[in-house]
Ligand binder design. Structure first.
Ligand code: CP
Length: 321
């Protein structure tokens, strides 16, 4: 595995391999083997041009638990504010010794450019690019769904027959896109629910069902309900109903949670707008996997870094991810 840029081109065998290695990583953590020597001598650079809490911190924790050195780079406060380019920034970090670059960028396609331009030779992991993709978020979401469904017996299992409803600001959501591709590759049935103005124009080409009424979707008794953050920072006012109307029609509240079948889980990638797309009662309910997703994110990112830096290289197996 040379890079992890998206889930759209991730084949099922590789996706299951990542999830199974993540199971192994989670096992080591639960046995309180906090640190593995696997990536000793390797350097991971977190190259973040956009804010992050969960993704940046969990990549740092993942790298450190594998004994890699970690350099955290935030564009704010760096020479990016003086106009330094992505190419020069990346080459500077590689000169310092980066073996892998974990990149978050507001422009869709920036990680792909880093991986394919020849500017650097380090492996590239997409930690979220514009509205395009957030592959490790989708992997940790799939890991969470699989773990809840199969428990200790998860390894090797796909998500055939699992029904997932993804609700909210699909238009701006890289999390939704990565989840649609990955979950359907793994065999899940995905339904998107959103106001018509927050559905992408090309959604008819996606392998999903689209509904506009959340209560109709919930009546089908899904196994997982994934709420998306309303991305107010990317929102054109013309797109958006009032917050009150949004919350009433598309928000997940205690009443809607109470109507879910036994075993159905409530997911959110974070950060949450409490009281908008999800009420506190729903976010903190016994069905919520929000913090479980965060914890699983460390295991999944350990697996990705392991496969990138210690596993088979694509030049050995004949292709990119
Ligand atoms: N889910 C997610 O990407 O969160 P952060 O923006 O905090 O990394």
């Amino acid at each position: 595995m040379r890079h992890l840029l998206d889930t759209h081109t991730l084949d099922k065998t590789t996706a299951l391999r990542i999830l199974d290695v993540a199971e192994d990583m989670a096992d080591t953590q639960s046995r309180e083997v906090k640190k593995l020597p696997t990536l000793r001598g390797k350097t991971v650079v977190n190259l973040f041009f956009e804010d992050s809490t969960r993704t940046r911190i969990s990549f740092e924790a993942a790298a450190k638990r594998l004994s890699a050195d970690v350099i955290n780079f935030a564009a704010k406060g760096s020479s990016v504010s003086k106009g330094e380019s992505l190419k020069d920034t990346a080459q500077t970090l590689e000169a310092i010794g980066a073996d892998a670059v974990v990149v978050r960028h507001p422009s869709s396609g920036a990680p792909q450019t880093l991986a394919t331009s020849g500017w650097i030779s380090a492996g590239v992991v997409n930690a979220g690019d514009g509205t395009h993709e957030h592959p490790t978020q989708a992997l940790l979401d799939a890991f969470t769904i699989r773990k809840r469904r199969f428990g200790a017996d998860s390894r090797g299992r796909d998500l055939a027959g699992v029904r997932v409803v993804i609700v909210g600001d699909v238009l701006h959501s890289r999390v939704a896109r990565s989840n649609v591709w990955l979950l359907t590759t793994l065999g899940a049935e995905v339904t998107l629910v959103a106001p018509p103005t927050l559905v992408p124009q090309n959604v008819s080409q996606w392998p999903v069902r689209v509904l506009y009424d959340l209560d109709v979707a919930l009546a089908d008794e899904p196994d997982a309900v994934m709420m998306l953050r309303i991305q107010l920072e990317r929102m054109n006012a013309a797109y958006f109903p009032t917050e009150r109307e949004y919350s009433r029609r598309w928000g997940l509240d205690a009443l809607r949670v109470a109507g879910l079948p036994d075993g159905s889980i409530v997911m959110h990638p974070g950060p949450m707008n409490r009281g908008l797309e999800i009420s506190s009662a729903a976010a903190d309910s016994a069905r919520s996997t929000v913090l479980e997703q965060v914890a699983n994110g460390v295991s999944v990112r350990m697996a990705v870094l392991y496969l990138l830096l210690a596993g088979e290289r694509d030049d050995e197996r004949g292709g990119d991810l």
